[in-house]
Design a binder for this molecule. Structure first.
Ligand SMILES: NC(=O)c1ccc[n+]([C@@H]2O[C@H](COP(=O)([O-])OP(=O)(O)OC[C@H]3O[C@@H](n4cnc5c(N)ncnc54)[C@H](OP(=O)(O)O)[C@@H]3O)[C@@H](O)[C@H]2O)c1
Length: 350
């Protein structure tokens, strides 16, 4: 039998109001009052405290998503995304009131989540978090999905070797900034690209990369060739499109690409066709491998050990772009897709 919450709760949810055609704006969303349903056995009521704002939700706002990816949302549907919150009430033996948990029902004040229920491609199962010495929201960033994505991309997909010259794109963002630092700490030469002089300054002077590129400041291929004239061995692709094309031209024979994301193609109805130089893959026997970090959650412990050690001893740093209040979540998403973030984009609800 379902049991009602002990107190009356005012809940709000960010819904898709209308489907974007072209670039996303905050008006494509509406904040809607929503009921908190009574809990069924196995369910947990959570008050969300931190929302992870991730680019890939943009793909689900279009009428069709890439085959094999999560299905599109329909106008009126609530958004979903990784979140952190506190258990208010539990009908699951695995969770108790007061515990900190992560789950996939972000973009709302309160969430009812089934223990062992639906996840975002494996990334958003209901999980207890013990933050230890770290800020809890870091479990959405460097110690959460962003950290795992960087770790998997570098070490499982690219199988980064000590002397590899690596290029990381969207390098001042959540995943990119961790990937850059992990590779530098392992002794690799890193080229990092981002979209403003301020971000280039951050890459050079805060993250410590030797070669930083502002892709908006000039021709990307030329800048890459000037930065590392002898080419690159590995490319961590967060951007796709013209960045992937530049990498194919500039990879050495036998080079590898981790296809992490293609953010340059998300915020449009009609992405540019793929790079025209795909034959470089054959000519230089390159390896391009896609991955989704949610399939590698068994590596959380290894990643947290390595990243956590670096964060604790100060060898690694991490930026956050924080918006306050649920009503700011649409602006946070739009701002991040337009590059107005450094590090992890979060929306704080408490
Ligand atoms: N495979 C997985 O499991 C997985 C998991 C998480 C994330 N991802 C992917 O990883 C990538 C980074 O995600 P994130 O969460 O760390 O986001 P993020 O890098 O913190 O934010 C997105 C960044 O994309 C850049 N960008 C936007 N439009 C661009 C364009 N046209 N060309 C070049 N850069 C552009 C912007 O930076 P600039 O100012 O530099 O333009 C913006 O800051 C995304 O592609 C995402 O989908 C994949």
């Amino acid at each position: 039998m379902r049991k009602g919450p002990v107190i009356a709760i005012h809940n709000r949810v960010v819904c898709l109001a209308s489907r974007p055609s072209g670039r996303l704006v905050p008006d494509h969303f509406a904040i809607v009052d929503a009921e908190v349903p009574p809990l069924a056995p196995g369910e947990v009521l959570i008050r969300n405290t931190w929302l992870s704002i991730d680019p890939s939700i943009r793909l689900r706002l279009s009428a069709a998503t890439p085959s094999g990816y999560l299905p599109p949302l329909t106008p009126g549907d609530p958004l979903v995304g990784l979140a952190l919150g506190t258990v208010v009430e539990s009908q699951s033996p695995g969770f108790a009131a007061g515990e900190l948990v992560s789950h996939m029902f972000g973009y709302r004040d309160y969430a009812v989540v089934a223990d062992g229920g639906e996840t975002l491609g494996g990334a958003g199962s209901l999980t207890k978090i013990d933050p230890g010495e770290f800020a809890p929201q870091w479990y959405l960033g460097p110690l959460g999905s962003a950290g795992l994505t960087a770790y998997v991309g570098l070490f499982e997909i690219l199988e980064l070797k000590p002397n590899d010259v690596l290029w990381v794109s969207a390098a001042a963002g959540a995943v990119g900034s961790i990937a850059v630092q992990l590779a530098i700490l392992r002794g690799n030469t890193v080229v990092a690209s981002a979209g403003s002089p301020e971000k280039v300054d951050y890459l050079r002077n805060v993250l410590g990369v030797s070669h930083a590129i502002d892709y908006r400041a000039g021709d990307l291929k030329t800048q890459l060739a000037e930065a590392v004239p002898n080419g690159i061995d590995a490319y961590f692709d967060n951007v796709g499109g013209d960045h992937l094309g530049a990498a194919l031209d500039h990879l050495r024979p036998g080079g590898r690409v981790a296809m992490c994301g293609a953010v340059s193609t998300y915020d449009t109805d009609s992405p540019e066709p793929g790079p025209p130089n795909l034959f470089q893959i054959t000519a230089k026997y390159l390896q391009l491998r896609g991955f989704r970090a949610g399939s590698y959650d068994h590596l959380y412990a290894d990643m947290r050990s390595e990243v956590g050690t670096h964060l604790a001893d100060g060898a690694m740093t991490y930026e956050e772009s924080i918006y306050s209040g649920l009503e700011q979540a649409p602006s946070a998403l739009v701002g991040m897709l337009n590059g107005r973030n450094t590090g992890k984009t979060l929306c704080r609800l408490d």
